[in-house]
Design a protein around this ligand. Structure first.
Ligand SMILES: [Zn+2]
Length: 173
């Protein structure tokens, strides 16, 4: 989120999106560790989410220690239409939080980015194979599978072809 006294950043963002129909919004989101106040973050996120919905674009969302607020913000009925697809980048939610997202009204638009450092293998298993997108820190394991998260001894992997298919599914939304 760029700090801006007025709403000029939002108009500029919309102008750039309108120049290219393939552009999406991101990353945006909520970060409890960030300096910006949570109320300001929520306002900026709501504006970006609504813009993505109105223009039918994809949105990449990052969340750090604010998953409950994020889910509430995304599922807020006043927001109207959903963005075309929602990529939850570097997913760090617990298995219980992950269940909550998958049970929400926006679940059909969600994809989860696995991050070797921050994602919990148990949570990625809750997501299931069809909605996982390996992030750029993923490596190939000994069996030539994409290693999605390897916290401790718990490992979670995916075939390369399946990972490719998931990216196509995300881009096809
Ligand atoms: Zn990020």
């Amino acid at each position: 989120m760029h700090e801006c006294a007025d709403g000029a950043w939002l108009a500029e963002l919309e102008r750039r999106l309108l120049e290219d129909a393939d552009l999406g919004i991101g990353e945006c989101g909520l970060d409890k560790n960030a300096k910006a106040a949570m109320t300001a973050q929520l306002d900026a996120f709501a504006a970006q989410w609504k813009l993505a919905a109105r223009l039918n674009r994809r949105i990449s969302v990052h969340c750090v220690r604010a998953h409950g607020r994020l889910l509430a913000a995304m599922a807020h009925s006043d927001y109207g239409r959903w963005p075309r697809a929602v990529y939850l980048h570097a997913w760090s939610g617990s298995p219980e939080v992950t269940q909550g997202f998958l049970a929400s009204t926006v679940a059909q638009r969600l994809f989860f980015g696995s991050c070797a450092r921050h994602s919990k293998p148990q949570s990625l298993r809750v997501v299931g194979g069809d909605r996982l997108l390996p992030e750029s820190d993923a490596r190939l394991d000994d069996a030539d599978r994409v290693a999605l998260a390897d916290a401790g001894r718990e490992m979670c992997g995916m075939d390369v072809d399946k990972a490719r298919a998931n990216f196509h599914a995300f881009l096809a939304l």
